[in-house]
Each structure stands twice: as structure tokens, then as C-alpha cells.
Write a new protein. Structure first.
Ligand SMILES: Nc1ncnc2c1ncn2[C@@H]1O[C@H](COP(=O)(O)OP(=O)(O)OP(=O)(O)O)[C@@H](O)[C@H]1O
Ligand SMILES: [Mg+2]
Length: 1035
């Protein structure tokens, strides 16, 4: 990423590891100076950040800068405090472990500023939910409040932290800052009552006076001018321009409202602050007995009002002392000096405990009430190493603290790293460094260390003084290489050490401490009388700070030195359990001047901060090391062999993995339990590949999860559908059951009705009978006879027989009526003929029954088909009927085609235009037909008339019709004779012939050998008819 920042940051090297002359301190200095002159205040040594205080606003902490560093690989951008913060944050999020950022450097080097920048970075860049904004604001705003109460101006720093601060920022699993916790260390209480030349008291006093409303000041009994207060008017220096108390007051007041401080809390808090100022203004006088008195109780009254205690109690507590013997309590007056001591002790105690209360109060507002697991990033901003002209107990503690932190750094980096290479079996050339453990031991060792000696001196019976303490030191640690006193120093060094002083050779340089006040500050005793008075205060903050139980406890509380030692060791425990990041702050000059680079001062800091050693270790070492299990766990998705599980030992898995992703041999080393990666770029490339594969994994997990959700949804729907279906089926089944029940009832009723159908009408059969009736009637309509001849009728049930008969008759009558209405005159005539035919043929001639349904017609030959000559010959006799016939000769029985025409008087056998035979009805003797189904009819004429021809033998298709018509025209009774077997006819008058009727297999009419005409119809005359037709066509 070659942004503007990167482009600009080309001065020197961004990482000291890249220095060619990495062992040269001058090269190191040159690089730092070169960059500083270009306002590039940050430089790396590997992952450690070296920061030089610019003493000016550089515009490198903008929102844009924050966004730039967010989520970017550590070495991709120029060094920045944001890169350190982002790196720690990302490691915490990805590995779910705890981190701390240790910011060290001497007073005024920029530690507090760096910690504030980190906090702001988290506040701006971390994901945030609306509900958690308050937590974020509180984290941010706790800073100005604590700074107001715990920071002060010193010659080295206008905003010097006079207490140590360790702040845990808690993050939830999504990386959202959700809460925090602050631990404070040893506030410099002595500053409340005394400040050295050029120093100020804690900021809050000045802020209250400068910024508070006039009403508020009046309520507290204060004036705006700080010079009116003894505790504030010792600095004898002009107001510093860099400190704007009025503005800061506004910031602090606003912050109070965010971090849960109630009106009452603030009232009590500022009551205490004001009463400290009033305390400082109490003047004591000596009376005749040398006892202290307070002539002007003006201040006492204000304090009593603000702390809510009786003025008399307070007055007595400040001027008297209660001595407890085994049997009684004796109250004795204090000397002027002791009263001043008591007053100052009270001011220090009140301020010190109020500060602790304040930290606890802030903590309760920062606490996150959700107890799910959190990861933390700790920020340690603790007072820097300091050397003043006069150094007291406080400087001793502060510098001891810095020694301990240096120890931690040595343990965690220089020593630990080298030891690591050794145990892992990595080739390594040990690097020499100064281990300050020897100094730490000098201070803290049990029974032998300076703190133990001081404690011993504090509790020892007999007159113990600061001087006797110094003597004890000379006696016990006098031989230590890092300790010196005036007595122990040679003649050369004597001049520089006072009689009351001792000198320690710290890792950061030598510091001479004045033992004056060591015992008193270490004891930090408050007269019992005063303690009682404070326990009786009604100011609610003081009530929490001074508990009555304290009075009952007669055991000596641990000394300040021991307390501090213990709190430091627990701080180190906290830090050791976390992953470290380091920021080493350097102060470029003592005058707080921008762009001034004091070589001597900076070189000194480089030396004592151990930066050269750190650089050498980094240069020779590896940028990154990781346990095989962790490395494999993180990157296993990059190799198909190791994903999702590597079954073998993790070391082999890592080997397989790095082979797959193509690490070159010079890029890494494999130790016994860890992999060591030499260059950051190798790790970044791996990390980038992991980021890429993570997206794929995420989409797979997402897909599976979505699938799971969908399936769950589907199962839910299926379950719902099944239930619905079951209900619906149930409903249907119930409906069916009802239907069947109903059906069963109906059937039962039906059967019951059927059984009782012949019984008289009763409820048992009533419905059945109705049904039967209805059913019969409804059915009957489909079975009504179609015509009069149709005799079928639907069989009625027993109960309907009468009705059925009636209906049947009605129906028949109706049909008859309909039939009769349809009968015409012509039809009637035909029917009359049929009746005559019936009389003649019924039961006598075969084929009659079959012929019944063939209606008779008026004529079978149209008049147009009869030759006009014939008509002429017939002498206009009206033709009643005519039909084509076959006439057989009487002798030879030759068949000839003729027309038979019947008139009113005679029958004519016609051949075309000739009338072949005329048979007058008067001469007609009879007509014979056979009983078989043939069509032969013989018209017998009277034999007497010799002129006449003999009988006419005719074959006619419509024999029944012809005979009937003829009979009706002749009007003679018994005219027609149906014969069986044979018949006689007259060939000529007196000469007879015979026609024999017989049945045979084949239709035949022939002259047999006897000279008789044999007529052999088939079994059925009608069936034979087509053959007859055929026969006719042959002739
Ligand atoms: N990054 C920075 N940019 C601009 N000014 C800075 C920066 N760091 C420090 N300063 C200036 O230096 C002053 C001192 O810094 P700071 O208070 O952080 O020192 P410190 O190391 O905390 O000292 P102490 O140990 O006394 O508390 C600040 O008030 C500020 O004016
Ligand atoms: Mg500070």
C-alpha cells in the first residue's frame, strides 16, 4: 500500500531491524534523529514501537489515519501507535486471548498520550452497537476525570501522571468494547500538601477554582484565586500556558455526567476537595504551654460543614492526640509542629482515599453486567522513571516500579526469547544484555531489601529516624554494587551525595534519594483521634472511605512500601498471563520543545530502555514463533491434508502444511514444539491466504447453516402439513363414519321395513313402503309399453298390485286411444281386408303369421304400367287391384309372366296388350291355395262353360293379399279353399289336372313325371321368396 503516508515515510528506516549497522548505537541515534527531524516520531524494532515525544500536534491521529490502519497487516503501513493497537486487537479477536500494551519511558516521554490515542482508536474503529456506546463513552471519559485528580504539573511534564494506571478494556466475542476495569497504583499523596519548586498540586484544585460557577464556589466557601490557598501557592511560578484549567473543568464536569455520578456524589466529592483547601489554610498558634491552638475557626467551620462533622470534634482532633493505654485513653494536646503534621496527614489521607473511591466509582460504571466470557486488552500507563534535584520516597517507589517493568520486559523478550531458541534446539548465538534483577532484589528482597529494612525501622521500638534508617542501609546493603551513600562513596563521589542521602544505580541511571520523610511516608499514620473524627463524618464518600471497623482493628496496617511492592507483584502476575505489545517512549529534550533533539538525553534513554539489546535479539531472531498446535489450528485450512483434521503429531502436520504452501528453507526453522518464522512477510502471506480461505470456509459454514435453518423450517412445515392432513383426514373419516352410521340406520330401517312389508302400516314399515311405492312409480316410467301390442309390464310389489293393475289399464286405454286416433280410412279398409285374410288363412296356411305385419296395398301395379289397349278392352271397368303374377300353363305347366287385374266384375290375366283370360266373378267357382308356404293360387272357373278356358294356375308373391282382395270382390262364402297335399284343377272343362304340394330341401315348381305340377316350397315360404324372385326373372 503506497499511500501518501508511506510515500512520505521514506526517511531513514521504518524498522531498526533493517539498519545495516544494527550494532551501532550511533546508527540507531542517526536514524531516530533523521526521522524525528521529519516529524516521523514512530519507528519499529520488530513489533516493538519506539515513540519520540514530538511536543507538538502532528495531525497523525485523524479519523482517516485510524481507518487507514484498521485491519491492515502490521508492517504494511508506516509505524504508528495505531498499528500496535490494531495488531493487538486483531490477535485478540482471532485467537481469543488476552493482551496488554506496556507503555514505558521516563516522565514526559508521552506514555499517557499514547494510551489515550490507543483508547480513542478502539473507540472509533471497533464495531459498536447503540446500547454499548455508553460503555465506550465511559471508557473514554474516565480518562479526563482520573487525570484531573491524579495528574499534576512537574518540572518534566505539565500533565504528569502521579499515580499508576492499569486499564483493562473488555471486548465481547464480536470485538465490541463492552466494559473496563481500572487499577490504580500509589497516588503521590504528599503532593496535596507540598510541591517542589516549579510544581503544582493536582489539577482538580485549580480546575475547580478556575472553572466552577461563582455560586458553587460560594457554596464551598472558596475564592477563585488559587494563591489564597496555602496548598496551591507553593509553586511560585507563572501560570502555564499549556494547562487550561477552565476548559479542563468543563471537560471533567461533562465526563462526570456520563460516568454515573449523581448530584449528591459531586456535592460530596467537591466538598472534600474544598475542605482539603480549607485544611491547608488553617493556621496554628502556640499557647503558653507550647500547645497548638487554632485562633481562627473560620476554616474549621467550613470543613465541618462540607464534611458534615462537628467543628469541635474536628478542632480537637487537629490539636490533640489520643493515647491509648491498656486501661484508659488519655487525650493530650499536640505541639504546633505535630498539629501541622496532623493537619497535613488528614489532608493526604482524605485526598488519597477519595481518589481510591473515585477509581472504584468509575469501575462500577464501567462494569459489564453480562457475564459471558470476555477478552481484554490491558493498557499500562504508569509513572515514568524520574530523577529530580531532590528525590524522595515517591521517586524511590516510582523508580522501583520502573525497574520491575523493565524486568518484565527483559523476562518476556530478551531472556525468554533467547531461552526459547535454546530449548527449541534452534541454533543461536547468545546476546548479552543487562539484567536489572539485581537492582529489583536490592529493593524488594525479603529481610534484605531496602523496603524490608525501611519497614523494620518503622516498627522497631525505640527512636527510629530517617538517619538511623540510612545507617541501617549502609550496614545491610552497603556492599551492594548498585548502592552508595556519602560514607560509602570514595572521596570523589562524596561531594555529590548529601549526609541524609543514598544513591541507587538504576538500570536507567543513578538517582540520589534523600531519606528525609521516608519513615513518615512509609508509615503513613493518621492519629487515632483524627481517624475517629473522619469516621464520624457524614459526608457519604468519607463514610465509605473511613469505616468504623478500622478503629477496632488494632493491628498495624502494612506499610506503604510493602503495599506498593505487593500491588506491583500482582500487577506483574496480571501482565504475565497476557500477550504483550510494547511501546517505548523517548523524550527528545527536557524543555518540552518541539523539534529539539538532545543527543545526550536520547542516547541515555536508548541505553537504559535496552533498545540496542532488543534490536540485536530481533535481528538475529525470528519475527514470529508459534506452537505447532496453534499454528496448525489456525492455518490448517490452507492444506487439504491438514483440513479439517490432522490425525498425526502437530509438528508433522505443520511440516506438511508449510511444504504445501511453499515456505522456502531460509524462511523458517522447526523447533521441538514450535515453528519459527524469520520474516514478517512470510507470515503476512500466510495470513492473507488464510483470510482468503476463511471467506470460503465462512460461505461453506454459512451454506450449511442456512441449509440447516431451511431444513428446520421445512421440517416444521412438513410437521404442520402432516398435522393438518391428519386433522383433515380425521374430519373426513368422522364425516364418513356419520355417513355410514346414517346409512346403517337407513339400511336397518329398510330391512326392517322389508321384513314388515306385509304388516299394516306402522312406523316399522312406513318409510320402506313409501320408498317402494316411490321407487316403483319412478321406475315404471322407464318401462311403459310402447304400443298396444306390447304386453310387457313392470312387475309390481305386492302392496302395489291393485294400483299397478289400474295403471296398466289406464296405460293400455291410453295407448289404444292414441292408436285409434292415428287410424285413417284407408287403414281401416286395409284392416278390414286383414280381418278377411285372417278368416281365410289363420291357422290354415303356413307363412300367414309372418305376413301379418306386411300391410296390404291398394294395387301392386300402377295404372300407367298397364297397357292402354287392355284398359280399352276392359271397357272402362274400374281396376280394383292389380298385381304381377306367374301363370302356369294348364298342360305343360310352362310359367309365363302376366298381370292379374281385378275389377268389380271380373279378374283379368293380361299379357302386355292382350287379355289372355277373363274370369267373371259370376263364373268363378272358387280359389284354392295350399296349406304350405308357397304362393300358388288356383282360380277355379265353372267347368260347365265349354267356351271358357280352364282354371288359372297363378304364382303370386302376395298370395294372401291377392286371395283376400279377390274374395272380397267376389263376395261369395267359402270361396277360398286351403288344401293340403294336392288339389285338382280343370285343364279344360271335363279334364282335370293335379297340383301336388310337398315340402323338400329345395324350392322347386316343376312338372313331375306323372304330369302333375309339383310345388315344393321351402320350409318357410317367406324364406323361399328370394329364390322365387330369381325364378321369375328366369322366365
Ligand atoms: N504523540 C504526541 N503528540 C503530541 N504531543 C505529545 C505526544 N506525546 C506527548 N506529547 C506531549 O508531551 C506531554 C507529556 O506527555 P505524557 O503526559 O504522555 O507523558 P508521560 O510519559 O505520561 O509522563 P508521566 O510519566 O509524567 O505521566 C503531553 O502533555 C503532550 O503535550
Ligand atoms: Mg503520564
Amino acid at each position: 500500500m503506497e499511500g501518501t503516508l508511506t510515500a512520505r515515510d521514506k526517511v531513514g528506516v521504518q524498522d531498526f531491524v533493517l539498519l545495516d549497522a544494527h550494532t551501532s548505537e550511533s546508527a540507531f541515534m542517526d536514524n531516530l534523529r533523521k526521522r524525528f527531524s521529519e516529524n516521523l516520531i514512530y519507528t519499529y524494532i520488530g513489533t516493538l514501537l519506539v515513540s519520540v515525544n514530538p511536543y507538538q500536534e502532528l495531525g497523525i491521529y485523524t479519523m482517516r489515519q485510524m481507518e487507514l490502519y484498521q485491519g491492515v497487516n502490521f508492517f504494511e503501513l508506516p509505524p504508528h501507535v495505531y498499528a500496535i493497537a490494531d495488531n493487538a486487537y486483531r490477535m485478540m479477536c482471532s485467537e481469543l486471548n488476552n493482551h496488554f500494551i506496556l507503555i514505558s519511558g521516563e516522565s514526559g516521554a508521552g506514555k499517557t498520550e499514547a494510551s489515550k490515542k490507543i483508547l480513542q482508536y478502539f473507540a472509533v474503529t471497533c464495531p459498536m452497537t447503540e446500547s454499548l456506546q455508553i460503555a465506550r463513552d465511559r471508557l473514554l471519559l474516565s480518562n479526563p476525570v482520573l487525570e484531573a485528580f491524579g495528574n499534576a504539573r512537574t518540572p518534566r511534564n505539565d500533565n504528569s501522571s502521579r499515580f499508576g494506571k492499569y486499564m483493562d478494556i473488555q471486548f465481547d466475542f464480536q470485538g465490541v468494547p463492552v466494559g473496563g476495569h481500572i487499577i490504580s497504583y500509589l497516588i503521590e499523596k504528599s503532593r496535596v500538601v507540598h510541591q517542589n519548586q516549579g510544581e503544582r498540586n493536582f489539577h482538580i484544585f485549580y480546575q475547580l477554582l478556575a472553572g466552577s460557577e461563582a455560586d458553587h464556589l460560594a457554596y464551598l466557601g472558596l475564592e477563585r484565586d488559587p494563591q489564597l490557598y496555602k496548598y496551591l501557592s507553593q509553586d511560585h511560578c507563572a501560570k502555564e500556558s499549556s494547562v487550561n484549567d477552565k476548559n479542563d473543568w468543563k471537560t471533567v464536569s461533562d465526563a462526570f455526567s456520563v460516568i454515573d455520578f449523581t448530584e449528591a456524589d459531586l456535592q460530596n466529592l467537591f466538598g472534600i476537595i474544598a475542605s482539603v483547601l480549607h485544611l491547608g489554610n488553617i493556621r496554628f498558634q502556640e499557647d503558653d504551654q507550647g500547645c497548638a491552638t487554632i485562633p481562627d475557626t473560620h476554616e474549621i467551620k467550613w470543613i465541618a460543614k462540607l464534611l458534615r462533622v462537628y467543628p469541635s470534634v474536628l478542632l480537637e482532633a487537629l490539636t490533640h492526640r489520643k493515647i491509648e493505654t491498656k486501661t484508659e485513653e488519655v487525650v493530650c494536646p499536640l505541639t504546633l509542629e505535630l498539629s501541622v503534621y496532623a493537619r497535613d496527614a488528614m489532608a493526604k489521607a482524605v485526598y488519597g482515599r477519595t481518589f481510591t473511591w473515585l477509581v472504584n466509582k468509575i469501575n462500577s460504571s464501567l462494569v459489564n453486567k453480562d457475564f459471558t466470557q470476555k477478552t481484554v486488552i490491558g493498557l499500562l500507563d504508569i509513572y515514568g522513571f524520574e530523577v529530580f534535584d531532590k528525590n524522595g520516597f515517591e521517586q524511590f517507589c516510582i523508580n522501583y516500579c520502573n525497574e520491575k517493568l523493565q524486568q518484565l520486559l527483559i523476562e518476556r523478550t530478551l531472556k525468554a526469547e533467547q531461552a526459547e531458541y535454546e530449548t527449541e534446539g534452534i541454533e543461536w548465538e547468545p546476546i548479552q544484555y543487562f539484567n536489572n534483577k539485581i537492582i529489583c532484589d536490592l529493593v524488594e528482597e525479603r529481610h534484605k531489601g531496602i523496603i524490608s529494612i525501611l519497614d523494620e525501622e518503622c516498627i522497631r521500638p525505640g527512636p527510629a529516624t530517617d538517619l538511623s534508617f540510612l545507617e541501617k542501609l549502609e550496614e545491610k546493603v552497603g556492599k551492594h554494587a548498585h548502592f552508595q551513600t556519602r560514607k560509602l562513596a570514595g572521596p570523589k563521589g562524596q561531594k555529590r551525595i548529601g549526609w541524609m542521602e543514598f544513591r541507587l544505580f538504576h538500570y536507567a541511571g543513578e538517582v540520589t534519594y534523600c531519606t528525609k520523610g521516608f519513615l513518615e511516608k512509609n508509615n503513613d499514620l493518621l492519629y487515632r483521634h483524627l481517624k475517629e473524627a473522619l469516621c464520624g463524618c457524614q459526608n457519604s464518600i468519607l463514610r465509605e472511605c473511613f469505616l468504623a471497623a478500622e478503629l477496632e482493628n488494632h493491628r498495624r496496617p502494612p506499610t506503604v512500601g510493602t503495599q506498593f511492592k505487593n500491588s506491583l507483584s500482582s500487577l506483574l502476575e496480571i501482565l504475565i498471563s497476557k500477550e504483550p505489545s510494547y511501546i517505548r517512549c523517548i523524550k527528545p529534550n527536557d524543555r518540552k520543545e518541539p523539534s529539539e533533539f538532545d543527543d545526550f538525553l536520547v542516547r541515555h534513554q536508548i541505553k537504559y530502555l535496552g533498545l540496542m539489546e532488543h534490536l540485536r535479539v530481533r535481528r538475529a531472531g525470528f519475527a514470529y514463533q508459534r506452537k505447532y498446535e496453534h499454528f496448525l489450528q489456525r492455518y490448517k485450512s490452507l492444506c487439504p491434508d491438514t483440513w479439517p483434521h490432522w490425525p498425526g503429531p502437530p509438528g508433522e502436520g505443520v511440516e506438511r502444511l508449510i511444504k504445501y504452501i511453499g515456505y522456502k528453507p531460509e524462511e523458517y526453522k522447526l523447533g521441538k514444539t514450535k515453528i519459527f518464522i524469520r520474516f514478517p512477510r512470510t507470515l503476512f502471506a500466510t495470513e492473507d491466504a488464510f483470510e482468503f480461505s476463511k471467506h470460503q470456509l465462512v460461505s461453506r459454514i454459512q451454506a450449511t447453516y442456512k441449509g440447516c435453518l431451511e431444513r428446520r423450517e421445512y421440517l416444521k412445515k412438513r410437521e404442520a402439513a402432516t398435522r393438518l392432513e391428519a386433522h383433515w383426514r380425521g374430519a373426513l373419516a368422522r364425516k364418513e363414519v356419520r355417513r355410514r352410521k346414517w346409512a346403517v340406520q337407513i339400511i336397518r330401517k329398510f330391512i326392517n321395513g322389508f321384513i314388515n312389508r306385509h304388516q299394516p302400516l306402522s312406523p316399522n314399515n312406513e318409510e320402506f313402503l313409501v320408498f317402494v311405492r316411490k321407487n316403483y312409480i319412478l321406475n315404471l316410467r322407464y318401462h311403459i309399453p310402447k304400443n298396444v301390442l306390447d304386453k310387457s309390464w313392470l312387475q309390481p310389489p305386492g302392496i302395489l298390485e291393485n294400483a299397478s293393475d289400474l295403471l296398466r289399464k289406464m296405460c293400455t286405454r291410453n295407448l289404444v286411444r292414441k292408436y285409434c286416433c292415428g287410424v285413417t280410412a284407408e287403414w281401416t279398409a286395409m284392416m278390414q281386408q286383414k280381418v278377411v285374410a285372417s278368416e281365410i288363412f289363420r291357422g290354415k296356411k303356413e307363412g300367414y303369421a309372418e305376413s301379418l305385419n306386411q300391410p296390404f296395398v291398394n294395387t301392386r301395379i300402377d295404372e300407367g304400367d298397364i297397357n292402354p289397349k287392355v284398359l280399352q278392352l276392359m271397357d272402362s271397368e274400374k281396376i280394383q287391384y292389380s298385381v304381377p303374377v306367374i301363370k302356369y300353363d294348364r298342360k305343360g305347366f310352362k310359367p309365363r309372366q302376366r298381370q292379374l287385374i281385378l275389377t268389380q266384375k271380373a279378374a283379368y290375366v293380361v299379357e302386355l296388350a292382350k287379355i289372355k283370360q277373363k274370369i267373371e266373378y259370376s263364373a268363378l267357382k272358387g280359389v284354392s291355395t295350399s296349406s304350405l308356404s308357397d304362393g300358388i293360387l288356383v282360380i277355379h272357373v265353372s267347368p260347365e262353360n265349354k267356351k271358357k278356358k280352364g282354371d288359372a294356375i297363378l304364382l303370386c308373391e302376395h298370395v294372401f293379399e291377392v286371395v283376400t282382395k279377390l274374395a272380397m270382390l267376389v263376395k261369395k262364402e267359402n270361396l277360398v279353399n286351403v288344401v293340403q297335399g294336392s288339389l285338382q284343377f280343370y285343364i279344360t272343362p271335363g279334364k282335370e289336372g293335379t297340383i301336388v304340394f310337398d315340402t323338400g330341401p329345395e324350392e322347386q315348381i316343376y312338372k313331375d313325371k306323372n304330369g302333375q305340377l309339383t310345388v315344393m316350397p321351402s320350409f318357410s315360404w317367406l324364406a323361399a321368396w328370394p329364390r322365387l324372385q330369381n325364378f321369375r326373372s328366369q322366365i
